[in-house]
Design a protein around this ligand. Structure first.
Ligand SMILES: NC(=O)c1ccc[n+]([C@@H]2O[C@H](COP(=O)([O-])OP(=O)(O)OC[C@H]3O[C@@H](n4cnc5c(N)ncnc54)[C@H](O)[C@@H]3O)[C@@H](O)[C@H]2O)c1
Ligand SMILES: [Zn+2]
Length: 256
């Protein structure tokens, strides 16, 4: 316990002494909002479904109906969720002038809903649908309404192409423009705080090494170990919502 309080103090100090802080967040950021991550033992979605069968672009195109059922379930969970203490603490840190931006793997939109600014959603968003043929973007409600009404594959009103959620599926490339923005954000950073990412999915898995090679410091908060723990200045294996508000409170007190 003493050790944890000590680490919380040390992270607050690092934040106070850094100028260009970026948070890198994964699905663990939103588990406390009731959205399951993929890889946590016992609760991760991968224990229930096979990623190749459900979250890949190939399976979506070849068996849209089966995939839509899974996606609607996951989507509904996302749409009824709210930002948690972790998301709110990042917004507070940003208001204190101590967080430049957030790079997230999440598609739930909860950072934006918590009113954090300068958020890059690397894997897109579950709140939109996109036409796979002409790339027109629609609010996701348009796609859901169609599926619930007709029980058929959802299609674009302009070209009848297949609609999919505007999130990156396995087997799909990330948008090059988004990657460029992320690179730019990372290149100036002097402290990277990784929150709730297993750091197993690329390109996010690269970012900690990249910032370290430029002389930046790394902090990791995750309930489990990650491969980058040994390279981090400070690692805390606790829930984000239990530690981030405390860290931000100390930063706020010291900046006043
Ligand atoms: N909320 C979402 O939008 C959502 C949910 C599931 C999956 N995804 C997608 O799946 C991919 C999964 O990759 P990932 O690396 O982000 O997730 P992951 O499932 O691989 O890893 C989540 C990590 O968070 C940790 N964790 C879980 N709850 C935590 C908590 N309360 N506090 C601290 N740590 C916690 C786990 O130990 C794990 O290491 C992402 O790329 C994302 O696109 C998104
Ligand atoms: Zn179209």
């Amino acid at each position: 316990m003493e050790d944890l309080e000590n680490k919380i103090q040390q992270i607050a100090k690092l934040i106070i002494n850094s100028e260009n802080i970026i948070a890198l967040t994964g699905a663990g950021m939103s588990t406390e909002s009731g959205i399951a991550d993929f890889r946590s033992p016992g609760t991760g979605l991968w224990e229930k479904v096979n990623p190749d069968e459900f979250a890949s672009i190939h399976s979506y195109v070849s068996d849209t109906g089966k995939n839509l059922k899974f996606m609607l379930e996951m989507g509904m969970n996302i749409f009824k969720s709210n930002p948690n203490k972790g998301h709110k603490s990042l917004t507070k840190l940003q208001k204190l002038g101590k967080l430049k931006g957030v790079l997230t793997q999440n598609v739930d939109g909860l950072h934006k809903r918590a009113k954090t600014k300068n958020v890059i959603e690397l894997h897109g968003t579950a709140h939109e649908a996109i036409c796979m043929r002409c790339h027109t973007v629609y609010p996701i409600t348009k796609m859901i309404d169609q599926v619930l009404r007709s029980n058929k594959s959802p299609s674009c009103e302009l070209c009848q192409g297949l609609l999919k959620p505007n999130a990156i599926f396995f087997g799909e490339p990330l948008q090059s423009e988004t990657l460029e923005q992320a690179d730019k954000m990372i290149s100036n950073c002097d402290l990277l705080i990784v929150l709730g990412s297993s750091l197993l999915v690329y390109p996010v898995a690269f970012y900690p090494r990249k910032v370290l090679s430029c002389g930046a410091k790394l902090v990791i908060i995750n309930i489990q170990e990650t491969d980058m723990d040994d390279h981090a200045e400070i690692v805390i294996h606790e829930k984000i919502g239990d530690v981030m508000p405390k860290i931000v409170e100390i930063v706020a007190e010291n900046l006043e």
